[in-house]
Design a binder for this molecule. Sequence first.
Ligand SMILES: [Zn+2]
Length: 227
Amino acid sequence: MSLKSIPPSLKTHENNNKAQIESVHLISLSKEGKIKEAREFLKQMEEAGNSVSPRSYRCLLEACGKFKSLLDGRLIHEVIQRTVKVPFGLAENPALSMLYILVFNLYASFRKWKEAAGVRKMMTQRSLRKEVSCSWITVKGKVHQFISLPGRKEQPLVHSERFAIAFGLISTPSNAPVVLFKNLRACKDRHDFGKQVSLITGREIIVRDSFSFHHFKLGDCSCNDYW
Ligand SMILES: [Zn+2]
C-alpha cells in the first residue's frame, strides 16, 4: 500500500488526520507481521517528510521482536535515528524512552551486545534512562512491593513482577486471581511470562500497568497481545 493508495473511505479525512491514518496503517501492518510492507510504507513517509508517531515505531519494533527479524529491527532503528530528534537533558519522556528500550531489548534478545550497549550509552547521554521497575501486590490487606534495578552491563533486566506473581501464587487461595500493579508498561517477555504462568497453574493473573490492563487466563490475555 502506498501513500496514494490509502482506502477511499479514509480519504474523506482532513489533512490533519493524515498522519493519524498513516500511523494506524503502519500499526496494522506491524500487527499482521507484514514488516517488509511496513518498512516500505515507512520509507515513503520519510521521503514525503511525514512524521511517524512513537507508537507506530513501537509497534514496528515489537513486530520485529515477535517475528524475530533482527535485520528489519536494525533498519527501523536507522530510520528512528534519522528522523527522531532526542534532545539532551531530556530526563522524562516515556514514549521516547520506551522506543529506545525496545531497540535495546531487540538487540539484547539477539545477543547483539555491542549494538545494545550503543543504545544504552546514547540513552545515558541523553538522560533517557531505563526506569526502575516496581511491582506491588496486596495480600491480606498488606502491600508487598518488589523492585528491580536496571541490569549491570548488558544483562537483561530482572523483572520485579515475576517475584510479585510468584509471591501472589503462594500467598493467596488457589482459586483466587492474583492481582498486581506495576509502574512500567509490560514488555513482551513479561507478558509471555504472565500467559505461561496462567496456563501452567490454571490461576488467573491480573496486571494493571501504567499503560493498560492485562487479564491472563489459561495462556491468553484479554489484550489479545496488543497493548
Ligand atoms: Zn495483555
